[in-house]
Design a protein around this ligand. Structure first.
Ligand code: HEM
Length: 436
């Protein structure tokens, strides 16, 4: 057994965890299909550790571990974990986004995001406009068959841009941004990213520059174009105009907010709808059983239950932050980690755990009402503590309305395969096929 010590966090002192050393090969084998396949490696322990490429990695799954890793102000999503050459880069240095900002900056930008609206009452007009746009972009006009992935992603991109950033995106902009998200995700999930450096041509790290140049160029144009007063774009614009924040840092925060406000909530909705259809399919032998009462309370409960069983974000990666006072004095960004140790939270394992604890089968599907509020340390799929998701309320409201629309209007043509696929975020192996 190995001792792993994590720094104190708000209201909780430093904590030492006992970790089971495992071979990196076994972890790589466990991670081939889904993060759930790591479960046997834990063998009853909270944390497993292994060494890879000169760094020690610790993966944990308990509420205490989530609190000290995701919830802590001392931890940050350090970009240096991947050899992308983005740390201190003059143009792309804010790529770590909100969870990757040094703690002081994180606090101030988080406040700016919250003030721009996502935690307040959600304007249902914005949600309706998002649903109409998503329906139009995702539906094949002749067959009326819906591309559910496009539907969910276009919906959240449109509503996050309108409700938080303060800009209206048309169909062309939505398609273009989703294309950059895809390219970015593909490059980051390429295993070669860990071996190739940015200086080598044709490596994923090098290709990432091409994607970022276009994506960041477009985001910068948002800072100069028309946007709602009080929205995040307007707030960041005034910070850059005052010289408080470099333009590329503001652009990096817009990138995180749009990405975080699109992909995790879209995945959450797709899981919830898959669970509802899958549960219905088993009870009515073939076709979906629409729940008796389709109302917003029930939709929210099912979204929440589905989310508990299968969170959208599987792995959250952190290092301990170390302020660099010298760099600060020279007004350079003090981006350093205190050690090469890397800490990972694997929420689905905690969720699987909780199913057992609640007396539910490991493969529990949310057919019935469950709790509408989840303890964020125990179910950290929305983050926790200092990094608790600022868009949780917006995401749940939009997801609930979309779930009701799908429930009421969609006809099921093919049942889903609800087994998970994907590592950092996961989706069902096959989504339901539907038409309006
Ligand atoms: C209901 C669906 C959603 C899920 C499952 C989800 C998931 C998460 C998770 C797991 C984190 C923690 C990430 C980390 O610490 O590395 C997070 C943070 C965050 N989320 Fe969400 N999110 C959702 C909706 C949204 C929406 C709609 C927005 C739009 C504003 C948003 C914006 C953010 C931001 C800006 C952070 C960073 C917070 C910080 O570091 O202080 N999320 N979210």
């Amino acid at each position: 057994m190995k001792e792993v010590s994590l720094p104190a966090t708000t209201g909780h002192g430093e904590k030492v965890f006992l970790s089971k050393p495992v071979s990196p090969l076994r972890v790589a084998r466990g991670l081939r299909r889904s993060v759930l396949d790591l479960a046997p490696l834990f063998g009853g322990h909270e944390v497993i550790s292994f060494s890879l490429a000169g760094a020690t990695w610790h993966i944990g799954r308990s509420p205490e571990w989530a609190r000290h890793v995701i919830g802590s102000r001392s931890m940050w999503a350090d970009l240096g974990v991947l050899p992308l050459g983005l740390v201190g880069h003059p143009t792309y240095y804010a790529m770590g986004g909100l969870p990757g900002a040094p703690p002081d900056e994180h606090r101030s930008v988080r406040r700016a995001v919250i003030r721009s609206g996502p935690t307040g009452a959600v304007d249902l007009q914005v949600v309706r406009a998002g649903l109409a746009t998503a329906e139009r972009l995702a539906t094949d006009p002749s067959s009326r068959i819906v591309d559910l992935t496009v539907f969910a992603r276009a919906l959240f991109l449109h509503t996050t841009a309108a409700a938080v950033v303060g800009v209206r995106l048309d169909g062309t902009a939505i398609r273009r941004v989703l294309h950059w998200f895809d390219a970015w995700t593909r490059l980051l999930s390429n295993p070669l990213i860990a071996v190739g450096g940015p200086g080598l041509p044709f490596t994923p790290a090098g290709r990432l520059r091409t994607v970022l140049a276009r994506w960041y160029g477009w985001l910068e144009s948002l800072l100069h174009g028309p946007c709602a007063e009080g929205g995040l774009a307007a707030r960041l614009r005034s910070r850059t105009a005052d010289g408080v924040m470099p333009v590329q840092e503001a652009v990096g925060y817009l990138a995180t907010v749009l990405f975080a406000g699109t992909e995790p909530p879209a995945h959450t909705l797709l899981w919830a709808y898959t669970h509802v259809v899958d549960a219905g399919t088993t009870t009515t032998a073939g076709l979906p059983g629409v729940p008796d009462s389709v109302n917003s309370r029930r939709a929210e409960v099912l979204l929440c239950e589905s989310f508990r069983v299968r969170p959208a974000v599987n792995l959250v990666v952190r290092r301990v932050f170390k302020a660099d006072e010298q760099a600060k004095r020279r007004q350079r960004r003090p981006c350093h980690s205190a050690s090469a140790e890397t800490f990972v939270v694997a929420p689905p394992l905690a969720h699987q755990h909780s199913n057992e604890r609640h007396g539910l089968p490991g493969y529990f599907r949310p057919l019935t009402d469950g709790p509408t509020h989840l303890d964020p340390d125990e179910y950290p799929g929305l983050g926790t503590g200092a990094h608790y998701c600022v868009g949780a309320r917006l995401g749940m409201t939009v997801g609930r309305e979309a779930l009701m629309l799908l429930w009421r209007e969609a006809e099921l043509l093919r049942a889903p395969d609800p087994r998970p696929a994907g590592l950092i975020t996961s989706l069902p192996r096959r989504l339901p096929v539907i038409r309006w």
